[in-house]
Ligand binder design. Sequence first.
Ligand SMILES: [Zn+2]
Length: 309
Amino acid sequence: MKKPVFWLLLAALCLFSLAPAWAAEGAPLPQERELTQWEMDCLALPNSRPDRLDRYAAWAAKYPEAALETVVAQVNLDQDRTVYQDVQAAADPDSTAVLVNKHYALAQDYAPELEALGWPYGSGSLRPEAARAFRAMADAARAEGISLRSVSAYRSYQHQSTTYNRYLRYNRQATVDTFSARPGHSEHQTGLALDINAANVAARFERTPAYVWLQAHCAEYGFILRYMEGKESITGYRFEPWHYRYVGAEAAKACMEQGIAYEEYLALLPNPAPAQEEEPAPEAVPEPAPEVLPEPAPFPIFSGAPVEL
Ligand SMILES: [Zn+2]
């Protein structure tokens, strides 16, 4: 009679010892240890990401004076990483919100759905939503006597490779990297970016009425000036007054009104809510997914004087 009791007890003990593993399953954090108060404060920030906790801690150790918000923002900006090292695959390449820069790359064979801009909008193709937005923007500009034409839009990985390597024949790589993207890292491969009217410094595009018009109106059409003056350490590129990127009207408005780089906008975005397990009611009409990202709070670190609206 005693043996079955022994085995039952043993089985119960085994189950009990597994309980912490069950509890950890599905938890947002890889650690099973107890979080420190600092880590909990960190995770309480809306834009902190649990998978970056180790990087936040490393940055805080390096800059002990930095405020928690600064630590999270700097790491979210990948300021703790060296460009072109430990490159990550760009998340969700087909999203109009995709981030492609010196830390996040597109696959060699990635090509978006494309639509030719057509006459009189200049050369090249963009993704359909970006092409429509550019035509609408160019039409509105033309009505005010401003001509906006694409001189370069979508570029394939191979095209970018040829372009980048051509520059390398005449310049040091460190110099080329300030104005030309390595293949896989070009926004032009997303089909969401284009160069308007010019694509070189000598054109002084920033002194033209077209540039002034774009500063005032591009966000209305979902475009942003992607490589701003003074943001080189964040974007990785020198000022390119001719390069515009389609991100959708809401994100564009936030970037252009606050004068922040797209990386800064994304670094401040609150994390998406955890996925719900509940099944939707069968009769319910599904809500359309929002096409644009929520507007973040003004960026606390890099902005100088706030932009006057
Ligand atoms: Zn460009």
